[in-house]
Each structure stands twice: as C-alpha cells, then as structure tokens.
Design a protein. Structure first.
Length: 432
C-alpha cells in the first residue's frame, strides 16, 4: 500500500513541470503584433507590417513599400481547468487563476534609397505561459502534498510561469524585381519557474520513504539562439509565394539553485529547446483593395529536446513531454475599406501535438487548442501613423487520458485538461 501511494504522489508531481514549460518551451506564438494576429498569423507571403514580416519571413520585408516602425502590446487571458479522478481515492475539478499575461512586440524595417538591401530589427514575445492553481481537498492532482508513508497526496497549491523573448536582426536582399532572400540570426532568452521541478530526480533526504521533487525557482535567464532564413516571390499577376526555415533554438541547460527536503543546497536542471519550424505561404493581391493569405507550417516537436522523450526515467525524473510533430494552417483576409481604414479576419487550425496517452504528462498545457478565430482593424490617424486593434479567441478544447505511474497507468484513473483563451492586441505603426 505504501508503494502504491508513493507512486501516486510521484506521478502527480509530474504535473508542475509540464504546466510551466509547455507553451513557452515549445511552439512559437501564432502571430506577432495586431496586424499579423488579425489575419491568423498568415505572414510568410503577405508582408502587411514590419512585425509580421520579420516574424514569419525575413525575405518578405522587401515587400514593405516604406520604412516603418511598429510596436504592439497584447494581453492573453486563458481559461484553464484540470479535473482528475482515481477510483476509490478522490475526484474533483479545479480552475486556474493565471490572470492576464502581457506580450510585447517590436519591429523596425529601414529601406535605404536606391538600395536592394533592406535591414530590420525585431523583438518578439515568442512564447509564454502562466498557471495559478489553488490546493484542493477533492481533486487528486491538487490534494495537499503528503510526506507520510501510506498517506495520499498531490501537488497542493501550484504556480508556474515561463517566458521566451527573441531578438531578431534581419537583412533581406532583392535579388531580382520579383525574388528576395532574407536571413535573421535569432537570440532567444528564456525564463522558467516550476515548483516542484520534475525533470530532475526527487530526493528523500528526510528519510520519510516518500521522495519529493525539489523547487525549480532559483534560476537566471537562459540564453540560446539559431537562425531564420527565407525566400519571397512577388508575382506580376498578384500571386505572392514564400518559404522559410526556422532552425531549432538551441538553449543553455535550464539550471536551478534549489534545496532538498531538509533545506540543504541542491542543483536541478533539464534540457529544453524550441523546435524547428518550416513555413510555406501564398498570398493573392490581384484584386484591388484585397489581400488573401494562407500559410502551412510544420512544427518538429518529435525531434526537439524536452519533447521527443516521454514517461519516467529510472530515477523517477520525467524524460519529456512526448509530443508529436504537427501541421498548422493559417488563413487571413484584409480588405481596404478606405484610405483610412483596413479590416481583417483570420482563422488558424493547429493539430494537437499531445496523444491521449500523454495527457497526464501535459496537464494544463496551453497547446491543446486547435481552432483560433481572429479579427482586427487598422485606422490611419495622419499621413504617417496607423493604430491597430485585434482580437483572438481560442475555442475550447480538451485532452484526456489516464494517470500514469512508473509501473504503468493506474486502473480507473483519469485526467482531463481543458483550455480556451482570449487575446486582445493594440499597436502603432509609423511609416516614413
């Protein structure tokens, strides 16, 4: 019986790490700035502003007709719920209170006169996530933590957060009147907090027979990088095409100054990277006042540190999240209603990267959404300045599977994670 409860606690503790790292560690945010967001992030062949162009295709900045500076500020409000049950033990449902998470984006593109070389700089909120779950007396996941043999326990109160920021200097060369190539070296800064931290082994320093995971909150920012290369074709008949390759973002090991059960110093660490992304894009501009754009993207989770492995290692540390590589399709339409007003709508479909058997290892992940709806508008306030507004709704989705121990799935157990989200975005563009 003691071993059974010990296995339950060990597995429940897994939940902390996956909730803190899922969004920021893995997928890039769908879009950068309100203009790109309002067309669902379709930007590989549709350079509508500096932020969206640099975020999805560095070569496409040659399609901007003027030099411009764009800034955007978004607020993300997720609705997160986790319910779990273990037959004969407990069942319950708990909602998180993460609040609003800000996303800040910046893009500057400069077109020198009589030059085929276009330069730009971008700073993007590439990913981020936050949870804030209270303890529960009924939900097995959030039962108060136990340190007594034979007494079941969960995580208790849970708070986690993660943020990834990218600095993207960009250069694009207009090779011909129709074809451009672009390159962006990328510098990525990552911050993660997770307590307890389950990507490293638990310890039983107090000799209770119930090992516990150490906190994962004492860390500096971790640095890494990669590159982003693209090609952009601007067709004479109004059909534009683009392709980009985002390399993996290779990051330092995430290392934390932590403590064991007795408060003595201990270091815990894990390897976590951002995945490679391939993007194909097409845009139609052949109709006056209209832009219709579609992107197809491939996200290579299954070959990325932190995602490719799954389950437990022999020391009870979690090997990885066990995600599958997936495809995303983004489509957007812009209509220029007048010289001073542009209207946009968009839709994005994301394959769910989490198999049912990995649902437990991804409790609370913000990447289970599949359908996104977008809308927005831009209003010109003078000859050089535009203000932008966008709204996005992530339709509710859920993933469900059994609670898994190192010895296998617990019969009669279940974990269901549910997520929806709202994003409001505002921005300003100055053209010169």
């Amino acid at each position: 019986m003691m071993n059974h409860f010990r296995s339950i606690f060990t597995v429940l503790a897994v939940l902390t790490a996956v909730q803190s790292t899922s969004l920021a560690q893995g997928l890039f945010i769908t879009a950068a700035g309100p203009v790109n967001r309002s067309v669902g992030g379709a930007g590989t062949a549709a350079p509508l502003d500096a932020m969206g162009a640099m975020f999805w295709n560095p070569a496409s900045i040659t399609g901007l007709k003027q030099s411009e500076l764009s800034v955007g500020l978004a607020g993300v409000l997720p609705n997160i719920n986790t319910s779990s049950s273990i037959s004969g033990l407990a069942s319950g449902s708990t909602s998180a209170d993460p609040g609003v998470t800000p996303l800040v984006n910046f893009g500057w593109v400069h077109r020198p006169e009589d030059s085929d070389l276009i330069l730009g700089v971008g700073v993007f909120s590439a990913g981020g996530f936050r949870t804030n779950f209270p303890a529960s007396l009924s939900n097995p996941v959030f039962l108060p933590q136990s340190n007594a043999a034979g007494t079941p326990g969960g995580l208790g109160q849970l708070f986690t957060q993660a943020t990834f920021i990218q600095f993207v200097p960009t250069a694009a060369l207009q090779v011909t009147d129709r074809i451009s190539v672009g390159l962006s070296p990328t510098v990525t800064i990552g911050d993660i907090s997770a307590s307890p931290f389950v990507f490293d082994a638990p310890d039983d320093a107090d000799g209770s027979g119930i090992p516990r995971y150490a906190p994962g909150v004492g860390s500096r920012s971790q640095w890494g990088g990669g590159f982003h290369a693209g090609i952009y074709y601007e067709g004479e008949n109004g059909l534009n095409l683009g392709f980009t390759f985002k390399s993996p973002q290779w990051l330092e090991s995430f290392s934390f100054n932590s403590t064991d059960e007795l408060g003595r110093p201990r270091t815990v660490s894990a390897e976590l990277d951002l995945p490679m992304v391939l993007s194909w894009g097409a845009a139609w501009t052949g109709w006056d006042q209209w832009v219709i754009a579609t992107d197809i993207r491939y996200h290579d989770y299954s070959n990325t540190d932190g995602f490719r492995d799954s389950g437990f290692r022999s020391d009870f540390a979690v090997a990885g999240l066990g995600w599958e590589s997936v495809v995303t399709v983004a489509t957007g339409i812009q209509y220029e209603a007048s010289e001073d007003l542009k209207l946009r709508i968009g839709y994005t479909y994301n394959e769910n990267p989490i198999p049912d058997q990995q649902a437990f290892f991804n409790v609370g992940t913000a990447l289970i959404y599949e359908h996104e709806l977008h809308a927005g508008a831009s209003v010109r306030i003078n000859d050089h300045a535009w203000v932008h507004f966008a709204y996005t709704y992530y339709l509710e989705n859920d993933v469900s599977g059994p609670i898994v121990t190192p010895a296998g799935a617990i019969p009669g157990s279940n974990v269901t994670n549910t997520l929806s989200a709202h994003i409001a975005d505002v921005g300003l563009t100055i053209r010169y």
